[in-house]
Design a protein around this ligand. Structure first.
Ligand code: C2O
Ligand code: CU
Ligand code: CU
Length: 510
């Protein structure tokens, strides 16, 4: 460990831990995920018994020449997740996942959120190319309409009471985006309790492709959760009311892993499918869990899109690694299977119940005129040779006596400090280095992966990415270029427990 770094951290009351000293402290409880397993007190339900729900699509309350206007109410609701039990949740419009918003490329989408929850919120459109004042900066809080007498972070940001209007230009490629809570210090528990939904952008290019659509275009939000005996969610918050004390019990500082897998809010659901091609929009909205997805019996997962929309060419995967925050747009061809065949989506990183995700049951023959074209789109390359600099973002753990914290470039997040300044339109290489598994996410614009450990990008790195899975003691170079909207944005770890323990940094775009 280098002494000046230790000196700097010492002044903050923190001690950095080199990657080499981590081994003894990390008790891997789940292969392939950084986190600790939280067991349910409730008996886990039978797998493959509940039909896969499809989140409702929200309709605009009005539309005019310039855009579409939506309203979402953030409120408490009791949702049936485990058969026969009620789970109190924090929701968008009373449902989990929240209602799906569908925007047409270039149509301004205005979403008015009203906060009827007992806690402050901030809404972020993950993957959105969004001006800073609508990006859901963690201190730009929407305070509860019913009142809030705690000061805390309400002092720092652009705070509104009760209602906030988010304006999304949606001037971006068709892609599978999602929106979720981003409240300073409390994102982990608030997303865990239900504040997440899909936001799809469509465009002419995507529509023109012969890919599956309609009932054969299915969003899949995968999360893991733990439950109390009465059906309520179990989460190790230090302050279960989420009022003022952030963070989780020390054992869970690496991340919270649940023992029940939900897809679109249902435990280990089953979807009846035609013997035809399906488009599956996979989102890992888990706080900390990673998934290595594969079908059994085996079927190719043909990737047609990434976080930032269509790939240039499809990529065939036998198995697919999905880190928190990432999206993969897949086509699966069920026509190869006889009606009656059941295909289980497994997580190869796990054993036992959490090794299962959901099931597809082929129920009937069907006609299908879809195909996966050899060329899907064209992607402008962000040329690394034009980079004006290489900027390092080092993600690592530190601890303060008996409290864990996470640091980027040796510093914890401070909402009022930018840790970098980037000029609009300039290409930079960002090098992310990590000690453990960190899914790193960048706001404002997607990036392109240049190399992993100085070598070729990995099998899951194609296309435009906004979140990237980085392994223990690893580094990845990506080419970034920010466009259109100056302001303060975030780069952070999307393991939400890490994020809440300060594993974020701000950068200013000018
Ligand atoms: Cu999906 Cu800044 O987060
Ligand atoms: Cu984001
Ligand atoms: Cu992390």
């Amino acid at each position: 460990m280098n002494l000046s770094r230790r000196g700097f951290l010492g002044a903050l009351g923190l001690t950095a831990l080199g990657a080499s000293s981590l081994g003894a402290l990390v008790l891997p409880s789940s292969a392939g995920s950084t986190g600790q397993l939280l067991r349910s007190a409730a008996r886990p339900p039978e797998p493959f018994a509940v039909p896969l729900p499809i989140p409702p699509v929200t309709e605009p309350v009005r539309a005019d020449a310039t855009g579409d206007y939506y309203r979402i109410v953030q409120r408490k609701a009791e949702v049936e997740i485990l058969p026969g039990l009620r789970t109190p949740m924090l929701t968008y419009d009373g449902v989990f996942p929240g209602p799906t918003v569908i925007s047409r490329r270039g149509r301004r989408t205005v979403v008015r959120h009203r906060n009827e929850l007992p806690v402050p919120t901030a809404v972020h459109l993950h993957g959105g190319h969004t001006p800073a004042d609508s990006d859901g900066y963690p201190t730009d809080l929407v305070l509860p309409a019913g009142g809030w007498d705690h000061t805390g972070h309400a002092r720092h940001g652009d705070v509104e009471r009760g209602v906030r209007q988010y304006v999304y230009p949606c001037d971006q490629r068709a892609a599978t985006l999602w929106y979720h809570d981003h409240r300073m210090d409390f994102t982990g528990p608030q997303v865990y309790r239900g504040l997440a939904g899909f936001h799809l952008v469509t465009d002419e290019e995507d529509d023109a492709l012969p890919l599956p659509t309609g009932e054969r275009d299915i969003p899949l939000m995968i999360v893991d959760r733990a439950f109390e005996e009465d059906g309520s969610l179990r989460y190790p918050s230090l302050d279960p009311d989420l009022r003022s004390v952030p963070g989780v019990e020390e054992d869970f500082a690496e991340g919270v892993l649940g023992d029940v897998i939900l897809v679109n809010g249902a435990p280990w659901p089953v979807l009846d499918v035609d013997a035809a091609r399906y488009r599956l929009r996979v989102l890992n909205a888990s706080n900390a869990r990673r998934y290595l997805l594969r079908l059994e019996p085996a079927a190719d997962l043909i990737q047609v899109g990434s976080d930032g929309g269509l790939l240039e060419r499809p990529v065939r995967h036998g198995e697919l690694l999905v880190a928190p925050g990432e999206r993969f747009d897949l086509v699966v061809d069920f026509s190869r299977f006889r009606p009656g065949t059941e295909l289980t989506l497994h997580n190869g990183l796990d054993t036992g119940r959490t090794a299962d995700v959901m099931r597809f049951r082929v129920v009937r023959r069907a006609t299908d005129d879809t195909e996966v074209p050899a060329v899907l789109s064209s992607i402008e390359r962000v040329d690394p040779a034009q980079a004006v600099r290489t900027r390092q973002w080092r993600f690592a753990r530190a601890h303060t006596g008996d409290h864990h914290a996470w640091l980027i470039n040796d510093a914890p997040f401070a909402a009022d400090r930018a840790d970098g300044e980037v000029a609009l339109g300039e290409v930079e290489i960002w090098r992310f280095t990590s000690d453990l598994h960190h899914p790193v996410h960048v706001h404002l614009d997607p990036f392109q992966v240049v190399s992993r450990r100085g070598k070729e990008p990995g099998p899951y790195d194609a296309g435009w990415k906004d979140t990237i899975d980085i392994g223990p003691a690893d580094y990845v170079d990506v080419a970034v270029r920010f466009t259109d909207y100056p302001g303060r944005y975030l780069v952070h770890c999307h393991n939400l427990e890490h994020e809440d323990m300060a594993l974020m940094a701000a950068f200013d775009v000018r």
